[in-house]
Design a protein around this ligand. Structure first.
Ligand SMILES: Cc1cc2nc3c(=O)[nH]c(=O)nc-3n(C[C@H](O)[C@H](O)[C@H](O)COP(=O)(O)OP(=O)(O)OC[C@H]3O[C@@H](n4cnc5c(N)ncnc54)[C@H](O)[C@@H]3O)c2cc1C
Length: 415
């Protein structure tokens, strides 16, 4: 068996988990390179925000140099807030309140976070490199192979290449994700419109899931208000790094059955937004306004899928993280948090192996044994929440949209 205590790591995918792992390993003095399929860092707009929970925040705290972690918090939204479940007219059914503590939950802009995660990785993130497979595995180590036929050597290969992972079929052959019946069209609209906030005061710190009268349709929205303006905060803490946006926005998602998405709308931004406009016709005027004022280039279709528990890991010294292993529907906001948690855990295991002289394959096996239970608990929770909130079962839907909203006063008047 090849025993290596000084190793090079190749990561496929410069998303949240790939960059977070690279930061961890850099700090541990381990040679790491990240290979990203996109031609440049911000080629796709997709301006959505994510809610970091204590796992995501703890992973960032452990992986990033302290000033970069503070930058992530400084540019994030204020801590705390609520998630409201309402009917289509924005009458409350029930509300979840988040802890008002800086390290409990935090809403951040994903593109800004990604830029923070890239800071300091100069020369180590390579764009236009689409991973295609892993070769070797004997005493000469592995090679990460790319779609253009080239390859790079590495002692360890990590697939962090997201839901459509090109490495998954080889590394985790029995665990392709399962499709679901649901999809979301996501978009972003300016928070400030006609000189004021489009979101009324009553919803200032709330995310809202507005459930339609017909099962299988719902609308989600939340505002992203930067704490400190990213450009100013970057200039202070990370001069030279790129702040992708400075403007507060409302992120929204129209959730629907996949069969309701016409083939023509897949990959066509105008058709996608038109679909969201049509589907929002019966919702509260505020929701219709958000869809009507969306920035076109941020519109994206996301068909929901659920990861399947891997039974075997086929290539020792090669593994997967994040959505590549355990994609989940976006209910409960755990996908990115779990991906970051994976990155910190794998980083810790590899760094410990380096320090103790433990074979790196054992460190990777430990990571996999620990990751699968927590990650698939999150997958199961997200899938169950999706079924409960958008499924066909008549009784829960009736309680959510007809009974509970009648017990509450109107949150946002319609005029
Ligand atoms: C609208 C929306 C809202 C969300 N909100 C939340 C939230 O509030 N909280 C939360 O925890 N999660 C949220 N998520 C989920 C979260 O964004 C994902 O779970 C998270 O980004 C997964 O991280 P990752 O590193 O596994 O993959 P990604 O961040 O998707 O990164 C994968 C990277 O790999 C690259 N890539 C793909 N194929 C290849 C290849 N062959 N070779 C090289 N590179 C490749 C991609 O270009 C990409 O850069 C949300 C998702 C969406 C769509």
């Amino acid at each position: 068996m090849r025993i290596s205590t000084d190793f090079s790591i190749a990561i496929a995918g410069a998303g949240l988990s790939g960059l977070c792992l690279a930061q961890y390993l850099m700090r541990a003095g381990i040679d790491v390179h990240v290979y990203e399929r996109d031609q440049s860092p911000f080629i796709r707009q997709q301006g959505y925000r994510i809610i970091l929970d204590r796992y995501g925040l703890e992973a960032l705290r452990e992986s990033l140099p302290r000033p970069l972690y503070r930058l992530a918090l400084a540019t994030g939204d204020e801590p705390g807030g609520r998630l409201r479940f309402t009917d289509s007219r924005l009458r409350d059914a029930f509300t979840i309140t988040f802890k008002d503590e800086p390290d409990a939950t935090r809403q951040v802009d994903r593109a800004t976070l990604r830029s923070i995660l890239m800071t300091g990785l100069d020369g180590r993130v390579h764009y236009g490199r689409a991973a295609a497979g892993v070769d070797g595995g004997g005493p000469t180590g592995l090679r990460l192979r790319f779609a253009d036929g080239t390859s790079v050597p590495a002692d360890v290969v990590v697939g962090a290449d997201g839901v459509g992972s090109a490495l998954r079929a080889q590394l985790m052959p029995d665990a392709d994700p399962a499709g679901t019946t649901m999809a979301g069209v996501y978009g972003r609209s300016p928070l400030l419109q006609r000189g004021g906030s489009v979101i009324p005061d009553a919803l200032r710190t709330s995310g809202v899931l507005s459930i339609a009268d017909r099962p299988g349709r719902a609308f989600f929205f939340t505002s992203m208000r930067f704490g400190e303006r990213p450009r100013q905060a970057f200039a202070r803490v990370a001069p030279g790094s790129y702040a992708p946006t400075d403007d507060d926005y409302v992120m929204w998602g129209m959730l629907m059955r996949q069969r309701e998405v016409p083939a023509a709308a897949r990959g066509d931004l105008l058709a996608l937004r038109d679909l969201a406009v049509r589907m929002s016709a019966d919702f509260h005027p505020l929701i219709r306004r958000l869809v009507a004022t969306a920035e076109l280039d941020t519109t994206v279709l996301n068909p929901f899928a659920t990861g399947r528990r891997p039974q075997q890991w086929a290539v020792p010294r090669a593994t997967l993280m994040g959505d590549a292993v355990h994609v989940m529907p976006p209910f409960g906001a755990q996908g990115g948090n779990t991906a970051l948690r994976d990155a910190a855990l794998l980083g810790r295991r590899i760094a410990d192996a380096k320090a103790s002289g433990m074979p790196v394959e054992e460190a990777i096996a430990e990571y996999q044994d620990e990751m699968v239970p927590y990650a698939f608990r999150a997958v199961d929770t997200a899938a169950a929440l999706m079924r409960r909130l958008t499924g066909d079962a008549a009784a829960p839907h009736w309680v959510l949209t007809r009974v509970l909203p009648r017990l509450h006063r109107v949150t946002v008047p319609e005029s």
